[in-house]
Design a binder for this molecule. Structure first.
Ligand code: NAP
Length: 344
């Protein structure tokens, strides 16, 4: 069977390097092009640790360089704001794109502007993009030319919440999302607040009063779940490399039925696992895996705490992007994706 040739733009970053690892082990995708911004012109092996000889010798092109003619799919792993122009150019060149940034995650330019404080340069492309929360978007992916890969925080809260919103059992005015991320969630760029001494032995909230992912959470809860909601979302940064733990403080009715609702929704999903009663997930159980683990603890007939864990770089970014790419190209959705974590 012939290979599907793919490019990674933003290969020198954290999600870009995770994409390299996944695609290198993928039986049908073949890496034909790597591109970077400030690291353009250097060899991949000089910028990224641990690559084998063949990958290490690949030259990092510039983001704006032309793509090879045989390229069929581009993963854009660039900062929001910078991604939109590149994505538009790649679509013009006839390639399909999975954009890991937030630039195409909203359906209206107004919402994008509210969340990111900048005018969207290609509002006409927003409606054409498919929001790639794979478990909820599968039917639209085979035809998609542009997939907006969801944010890591939204992925970790949408997966457990959507079945409950759709079932109409949640109090939609009282959704508290308390989430913690490892430092790789902020990317590889140098920032004072991410220096070792700032992060180590510390935990802090950030992004208040309203983190930009709040808009994404509310938009897609309403889109897939059918009910308008307001979330109170507080993100925190933890002194670990990767991993995301999201605690949802929820109220509603008939909480005894919530486990069954989630079980029914995700029974056949390869990358969503509902833990048995009495067990709660840990970031260590999903590190290096494309899985989302979910645990429930009922506090009475009308209150429940749900905890979900993902690896922000896998199910929260590169893993979900490859999952989406598999569906786009008619492959088994699990191809090339780790289910088991690298543990301990
Ligand atoms: N990290 C996560 O857990 C995570 C999860 C979900 C989504 N995302 C999203 O995925 C995207 C990539 O994230 P990341 O964590 O991989 O970021 P990163 O580690 O900071 O890497 C960013 C990449 O973009 C390039 N770049 C930087 N500034 C640029 C510019 N002005 N124009 C064009 N390219 C530029 C960098 O190239 P040089 O290194 O050569 O400068 C690098 O290859 C972001 O939009 C992020 O929000 C990240």
């Amino acid at each position: 069977m012939s290979s599907i040739h793919v490019a990674i733009l933003g290969a020198s970053g954290y999600t870009g390097s995770e994409l390299i690892r996944l695609i290198d082990g993928h039986p049908r995708f073949r890496l034909v092009h790597l591109a970077a911004h400030s690291h353009a012109g250097r060899q991949a092996g000089d910028v990224l640790p641990g690559l084998h000889e063949k990958l290490a010798g690949m030259r990092l092109s510039h983001i704006d360089d032309p793509l090879p003619e045989n390229c069929m799919l581009v993963f854009a792993a660039l900062p929001h704001g910078a991604a939109a122009n590149t994505v538009a150019r790649v679509l013009d060149a006839g390639c399909r794109v999975i954009d890991l940034s937030a630039d195409f995650r909203h359906q209206s330019p107004e919402t994008y502007q509210q969340a990111y404080g900048i005018e969207h340069p290609y509002p006409q492309l927003l409606r054409a993009a498919v929001y790639g929360l794979t478990e909820w978007s599968r039917e639209r992916l085979p035809e998609a030319r542009l997939v907006a890969n969801p944010g890591c925080y939204p992925t970790s809260m949408l997966l457990p919440l959507l079945p409950l919103i759709r079932a109409g059992v949640l109090d939609e005015t009282s959704i508290i999302v308390d989430a913690k991320s490892g430092a790789s969630g902020a990317g590889r760029g140098a920032k004072t607040e991410l220096l070792f001494c700032e992060i180590n032995e510390a935990c802090r909230a950030y992004g208040l009063p309203r983190h930009r992912h709040s808009w994404e959470m509310e938009e897609w809860l309403e889109h897939f779940g059918g009910h308008a909601v307001r979330v109170r979302f507080v993100p925190h940064i933890l002194p670990m490399n990767r991993g995301m733990l999201t605690t949802l403080h929820l109220s509603g009715r008939n909480t005894a039925s919530w486990r069954h609702i989630l079980e029914e929704q995700y029974a056949n999903e390869p990358f969503v696992r509902l833990l048995p009663d009495g067990r709660l997930p840990s970031t260590a159980s999903v590190a290096g895996s494309n899985r989302c683990d979910i645990g429930l603890s009922t506090l009475g007939a009308d209150e429940c705490v749900i905890v979900s864990c993902i690896d922000n770089l896998l199910k929260g970014a590169a893993g979900q992007a490859v999952q989406n790419a598999n569906v786009m190209f008619g492959l088994d959705e699990t191809t090339g994706l780790p289910e088991l974590p690298s543990w301990p």
